[in-house]
Design a protein around this ligand. Structure first.
Ligand SMILES: C[S@@+](CC[C@H](N)C(=O)[O-])C[C@H]1O[C@@H](n2cnc3c(N)ncnc32)[C@H](O)[C@@H]1O
Length: 480
């Protein structure tokens, strides 16, 4: 198992891709992500709310996509890239850009998750169908566990004077995948109490409430000769027999789990047990209201995160939210004694995490969990460095390093031509000198900067072939 190289309660305020690239492999137990949904909207928190000043965009075009991501995805797996391209053919450039952005991050999430780990991807019908095929391609269809439908709001709202053209959109989707078939799922911890115990279990004895259940199997289930026996003068009314064998029935009777209404009428007692086990339809959790509401656009309810964390992790486990917003996951994880790491590109996240932990988590419990020390959130603005032995040697600030090394010049075919002069860093793209598809490693040594024109013409070619085609002499100093 990998060792986590980031401390508990660390919040990164920067892009999550380089941050996750800096995490050791197999070091996280659970990931919940609630990324932008490709909603074609921009979000901002209302002035005066706790989250005022926070904002993020959710519109996508191919200009947002880096060429190296496309190359990485193409080289990684045909199914992953194929699912993105087919979505683009069906729905256009915006969805292709969005899925490329998501895929490169989801692949990193799979790498950092432990083999027994799980991931919950929160999305909505705008892209949930495309994200599911992408998740199947990355995590494997056999590791799909549930498509959870979370009913955000009840009802479709007020009657519209213009009428309606479709049913009200009241739900989000959570795609739940595990990394393998051996994964943590603590089902007992998410049992729900009966909302109306008296109505559901109207009878009571010294052991508590129960409801009556027939001790006989329904006739439609067919004959079961071994379950057709006499017990205290009673024979089953059908050839389908009793529900249990004779020895078990006697045991139930001795433990007071049969109710004798008369000598000829008997019931089995059904107890409430641990409660109701949730299905994949979650209608009992509403959007955050009252004190919980921070004003952060798209804030999710604590109860939703608590259910996920309780089901898919144990105390002390590491929970990661790479799009943590106003830190709902971090607060829920803290309350449930899990370790957590949050990442959000929005600098406002730092203030919100600190304020929410203070307000929503019992301070004494926090101090106890931290061994009596003051609990501080560790704030970082730059990615960590992987510490495992086989970590690829790619520096987090590789672009700046290469820019300096190449004195601001392109390493491609244009270097000997008219453009052979220093150019601004923004126009450069990182290229694998030996392409990833041909086994080129993701090491500093195998990387160079090309202007986007040269990078496009190089594609998956080796440097030698590319320069030959450009009519540039391949010299000893050039890397093949
Ligand atoms: C839908 S919101 C998450 C809301 C969160 N679940 C909550 O309860 O507050 C998506 C968040 O992703 C952040 N975000 C967008 N792109 C990001 C990126 N590349 N890296 C890190 N965070 C990003 C946005 O700033 C925004 O806060």
């Amino acid at each position: 198992m990998g060792v986590l190289n980031v401390e508990n309660r660390t919040l990164f305020t920067c892009d999550n891709l380089p941050v996750m690239r800096g995490f050791n492999s197999n070091s996280v137990d659970l990931i919940y992500l609630d990324p932008p949904f490709n909603s074609n909207r921009n979000y901002a928190a209302p002035i005066g709310s706790q989250a005022a000043g926070a904002a993020f965009g959710d519109t996508w075009s191919l200009d947002d996509i880096k060429r190296e991501w496309v190359e990485d995805l193409e080289a990684e797996d045909k199914a992953i890239w194929g699912s993105i391209v087919s979505a683009g053919l069906i729905s256009g450039e915006s969805i292709q850009a969005y899925l490329t952005y998501m895929a490169i991050r989801l692949m990193e999430m799979k790498r950092v998750l432990k083999p027994m780990g799980s991931i919950y991807l929160h999305c909505d019908p705008t892209a949930s169908h495309y994200l599911k095929t992408l998740m199947d391609a990355i995590f494997g269809g056999k590791n799909f566990r549930n498509e959870i439908v979370w009913e955000r709001i009840k009802g479709a709202g007020k009657t519209s004077q213009h009428g309606y053209r479709s049913f009200g959109r009241s739900s989000d989707t959570l795609l739940f995948y595990s990394v393998s078939e051996e994964y943590c799922f603590a089902w007992q911890s998410v049992m729900m109490p009966y909302s109306d115990l008296k109505k559901n279990f109207p009878y009571e004895d010294s052991k508590g409430p129960f409801k009556r259940r027939s001790p006989f199997r329904p006739p439609g289930l067919g004959p079961r000769p071994n379950l057709c026996y006499e017990y205290k003068g009673i024979f089953p009314p059908h050839v389908s027999g009793w529900t249990v064998k004779a020895s078990k029935l006697q045991e139930l009777d001795e433990f007071g789990e049969l109710e004798w209404v008369s000598d000829s009428v008997v019931w089995r007692k059904q107890r409430p047990g641990l409660g109701i086990f949730p299905t994949s339809l979650w209608t009992d959790i509403g959007i955050p209201v009252g004190k919980e509401r921070t004003g952060y656009p798209t804030q999710k309810p604590l109860a939703l995160l608590e259910r996920i964390i309780k089901a898919s992790s144990n105390e002390g486990d590491v929970v990661l939210d790479p799009f943590c917003g106003c830190a709902t996951t971090c607060v829920a994880a803290e309350k449930l004694n899990r370790q957590w790491i949050g990442i959000d590109i929005e600098p406002k996240a730092r203030e919100l995490v600190i304020a929410r932990l203070k307000k929503e988590v019992d301070e004494r419990a926090l101090l106890k969990a931290a061994g009596g020390k003051r609990v501080d959130v560790i704030h970082r603005k730059s990615p960590p460095r992987r510490t495992e032995a086989d970590a690829p040697k790619r520096s987090p600030n590789i672009k700046e390093i290469l820019y300096k090394k190449q004195s601001g010049r392109c390493n491609g075919g244009c270097k000997d031509g008219a453009i052979g002069r220093a150019l601004p860093i923004d126009i450069f793209e990182i290229d694998h000198i030996r392409p990833k598809s041909k086994g080129g490693p993701d090491f500093d040594d195998n990387l160079q900067l090309l202007c986007s024109t040269c990078n496009q013409s190089k594609g998956n070619k080796t440097m030698k072939r590319f320069l030959e085609l450009q009519g540039v002499r391949f010299t000893k100093g050039d890397r093949e």
